[in-house]
Design a binder for this molecule. Structure first.
Ligand code: CP3
Length: 343
């Protein structure tokens, strides 16, 4: 049996106090990250250089008693490895040469895929060797829909009108892109487990912009196929799904995808999730990342409310979305202390 509390709870056990980690626990809110980041030419180079990515993933563990570390990389390494041009502009976020909507697979393919990602696999394997024995290692990927939004729009978007319109106008061509991403994402996650990842998280950060029928088609179904492919290679690796913004469809996502745990966004009501989701799966979440940045008595109260709401079943304490750069590092420490001393 594993001694890692995070993996025990992910396996369905209820712990005395919930294990804790935070999405984007490595990143710009930490001065030591900003210092390290200055040494890389580009953000992608940073992600592909094990010496840097390993250090970035370890930084938050030196400050806080987290129960898990997450691989340091980005969801957009997958389109980069498929052959799309991807770059990050300071202050402007990710940029991509948008795919041709009449021929979305032009110039993309898996021929060089794993070679391109060798640095990421090496980062996983070095982290696996370096982590303290009670800290679990999480691998991750973006879900096909979320990655496709960036590939189609050429970057972040306000309303995703371009990609949502494309999926209605020409579902067959759009499906070709999603199918390639299902295959690539599954292969990528399998390799992360081969290299030492002990759990996986699938980030569908933009699931919430889709209508009911579209969320089933472009979020639930691809997640189900990825989970099946990963489990065919690694039957016991737990997978956490994060269909951010899925609302009541969180229930369908949990029932249909085969995931082992679900990460809740800030809008999911605690009582509803405890009653309707926690009997089916492990809950992860869902402190508001903006409240974490704000701090104070309201933060302390909300941490207590979340711990209490999910005390009846398996729960991993986390945020509803990643730590924002303006977050004072002390607030993160405060939450970790509160959670460790809860109950
Ligand atoms: O501790 C960790 O979680 C770090 C690993 C990680 C990063 N990105 C590092 C990163 C993870 C798990 C991600 C996931 C990711 N990336 C998602 C899904 C989760 C979510 O937040 O919804 C998405 C949508 C992306 C795409 C992305 N990457 C955007 C939109 C941006 C720009 C906005 C921003 O926060 O800067 C990035 C860049 C990025 N990814 C940074 C980091 C630390 C900042 C870049 C830098 O340091 O120069």
């Amino acid at each position: 049996m594993t001694e890692k509390k995070f993996l025990q709870v992910l396996g369905g056990a209820r712990a005395e106090t919930p294990p804790i980690w935070m999405m984007r626990q490595a990143g710009r809110y930490l001065p030591e990250y900003r210092e390290l980041r200055r040494r890389a030419e580009s953000f992608l180079e940073f992600c592909y250089t094990p010496a840097m990515a390993v250090e970035a993933a370890l930084q938050p563990l030196r400050r806080y008693d987290f129960d898990a570390a997450i691989l340091f990389s980005d969801i957009l390494v997958v389109p980069d490895a498929l052959g799309q041009r991807v770059w990050f502009e300071a202050g402007a976020g990710p940029k991509l040469e948008p795919v041709e909507k009449s021929d979305p697979l032009a110039g993309l393919g898996m021929d060089n895929f794993h070679d391109h990602l060798a640095g990421v696999y090496e980062t996983v394997s070095q982290l696996d060797a370096k982590l303290p024995s009670d800290v679990a290692l999480i691998g991750f990927a973006g879900a096909p829909w979320t990655v496709a939004t960036y590939m189609a729009e050429g970057g972040s978007s306000r309303d995703y009108a371009d990609v949502r319109g494309w999926a209605y106008h020409d579902p067959e061509k759009f499906r070709a892109l999603i199918d390639l991403l299902v295959e690539a994402t599954a292969a990528y996650l399998v390799r992360q487990v081969d290299a030492g990842a002990e759990a996986l998280q699938l980030f569908d950060s933009w699931a919430g912009v889709l209508s009911e029928a579209q969320i089933r088609r472009w979020s639930v179904d691809p997640a189900k196929r990825i989970v099946a492919a990963v489990k065919a290679a690694h039957p016991h690796v737990p997978v956490i799904g994060f269909p951010r913004g899925a609302g009541a469809l969180y229930a369908d996502y949990v029932r249909e995808t085969g995931i082992d745990a679900v990460s809740l966004d800030v809008a999911v009501p605690l009582g509803w999730a405890a009653a309707h989701l926690q009997s089916q799966t492990v809950i992860q979440g869902n402190l508001d990342n903006l409240l974490l940045a704000a701090g104070g008595a309201a933060l302390d109260e909300e941490v207590g409310r979340i711990v209490e709401a999910f005390a009846g079943g398996p729960h991993i304490f986390n945020l509803g979305h990643g730590i924002i750069p303006a977050t004072p590092p002390e607030h993160v420490g405060r939450v970790v202390d509160l959670v460790k001393n809860a109950g």
